[in-house]
Structures are given as structure tokens and as C-alpha cells.
Design a protein around this ligand. Sequence first.
Ligand SMILES: *Cc1c(COP(=O)(O)O)cnc(C)c1O
Length: 376
Amino acid sequence: MTDIHRDPWLLTPGPLTTSMETKQAMLHDWGSRDAAFIDMTARVRRHLLEIAGAAETHVCVPVQGSGTFAVEATLSTVIPKDGKALVLVNGAYGSRMVKILDYIGRASVTYETPEDTPPNVAEIDAVLAEDTSITHVLAVFCETTSGILNPIEEIADVVKKHGRSLLIDAMSAFGAIPLDAAKVPYDALMASSNKCLEGVPGMGFALIRRAVLEGCKGNAHSLSLDLYDQWQGLEKNGQWRFTPPTHVVAAFDAAIRQFLQEGGIQGRNARYARNCRKLLDGLHGLGFETLLPEKLQAPIIVTVKMPEDPAFDMPHFNDALKDRGFVIYPGKVTVSESFRIGCIGALGDDTIDEALAAIRDILADMGVTNARPAAA
Ligand SMILES: *Cc1c(COP(=O)(O)O)cnc(C)c1O
């Protein structure tokens, strides 16, 4: 019944299922000073800027590590020691930025809304009008905690109106949800190799406005996370300062090639939207309720409320799905008992169909006849 000869499908917020072509790109060794590897790094950096529509205004600085390394590096490099950040929080990734600011000793205030609620832009307007010592605003585009899409264009407008600097954690949206740097002004955007661009984990990157980065010398608290210094190194000889994740870069280069072949953001967005539609309809058909209303739901990850039926056994459900080759993610939201199912990665809606069929079977095995949650 189960195809045990394949890897499980990763229906998670990342790392994600990657294509065979992307995996195969890692079957070589590169020296960090190889001309071919230097070219590859340059190509990846150029493509990332082009995808964002930021080639004229920003520079792409990659950094070794997971996405959080890129966030920490960017906050530390771009926010001066005497700066003060307003962090818009409606999930774990917004909270994580607050924690990073505490670690690196930058002043911050937070504006928090519940995990199923986008920030109110009029209230951000008021906070910025009131507190003129705020220099930077930090926002999460798709808050992967719930899957909510925050109103980044409106946030950018209000930040611009007050002449402050906007930094966006676009980790789980970059490449899948349009964000044109020419229309949404930001000074820095952070993302990583292993989300919607479908590379393997191991590097993050920031797109930083050139005119801003030029003034960032000496801000960073950490040598290895200093993106100004990383940028200077790349400018000098095209090389990473310290050992680059060569295989990760090669896989990312191949993944970006496939992304462009799929039609860039439009193509990827269309596939993920199909996956998400099928997932939502299938879950609702089984009686499940999902956390977010349609207009707030990004086609990235779906938060599913826990069924009320006592026959529903979450650990068993999780294990049984794993046995059938599907990995889902526990809930992280506090507003509701829940779990999450992602719809991103190198997979199509045929895989979502198979996952739904497996879910239906497992519910039947458990004796759950309706997956509806407890009334709120
Ligand atoms: C994945 C993700 C990150 C980075 O997480 P890592 O585990 O460090 O890769 C940051 N922000 C958001 C919104 C994310 O989805």
C-alpha cells in the first residue's frame, strides 16, 4: 500500500520536498575559489535580485545558515546600535525578531495582534506618529506560524509616510507571492534557500538597499553575521568570506533555474494556489475547520483546528500519516488547538489528493466520523 521506496512528502513549512534535478545538482565538489563556483554565486545573487525586481536598487548578500541566521545578520547589520525598532508581531517569527533584538542589544517596541489577525495599519500609523525615536519597522510577510498573509503594501505605505526604514521577513513568501521592490519600498528583505524557491537548507540571503548598506559599516555585533563585511568580500573577489555551503549554492542555482522555467513567481504562485485550494476543499469536506478566513490565507501553509471527537488521537494521526509517507507539522498557534499542513515544495495537487486520501483512511481507522472542532 505505502510506497516505502520514496522519501516522505514534506507538507511542512520547510525544509521542503525538492526535485530530483535539485538533489542531483549536489553530486559534485567545488572549491570555494573555483571560477565555476564564483560564477554560480554571482548568478544566484543576480537572479534573487531580479525575482524581487530590485536589481537597480538593492544588493543581494547571502549568508551561511538557516533563515534565522539571515534575519539576525540583517537586523544587526542594518539597525545601528542607537536605532530603535517597532516589531509587528502576530506569530512566532515576529516574536523571534524581538528576541534577536534583545540578544544583539537593539531597542525595540512591539505592536502585537492575535495570530489570526493582521496588524491594523491605522494603529501602526498612530504608533509611528507618537514615537519619533523609532527608526525601523520590522514586519513578517507571510507569518508561517498560522499561514496568515500580512498587508505588506499598506504597511510599507505607512512606514514610508513617516520616513522610517522597513525590514521584511519574507522567508516563507519569497518567490511565491508577488512583492515588487519598485512598488513596495523596503530597505531590506530576508529569505532563505529552502522555502518557496525549493532549494535545500543551508543558506539565507538579504536584499538590502545599496544606499543603506553603504552606511552600515561597523553596525554588526558579530563578525560572521556582518553582512556589510560579507558584501565587501563579495565585491572584492566574488568569494564568500568563510567556507561557503557549496552544495547548497549549487542546489539553489538549479532550483532557481527550475523556478524560472516554471514561469517565475506567477507559475509558482499558481501551482501553490492549486495545492492550497485542493487542500482546503478536501479538509473542509472531511469536516475539518481551518483557522483563517480565505482572504487572509496565504497559499503556503494551512492551520487546521483539532477535531473535537475523542476518537481523534493526534500522535496516532501524525504517525499514521508518516507511515503513509506524509510529514505534517504540529501547531504553533496559541489561539487554537491545531496542526499545520503545508502546500509548498516540489509537489503538485496530485500529491495533495493522495494526502487527503490517506487522511480519510486514517480518520476511518480511528473511528472518527466527523473532524469538526469544538465550538469556539
Ligand atoms: C522559516 C522561516 C524563518 C526561518 O526559520 P529557520 O528555521 O531559521 O530557517 C523565518 N521567518 C519565517 C516567516 C519563516 O517561515
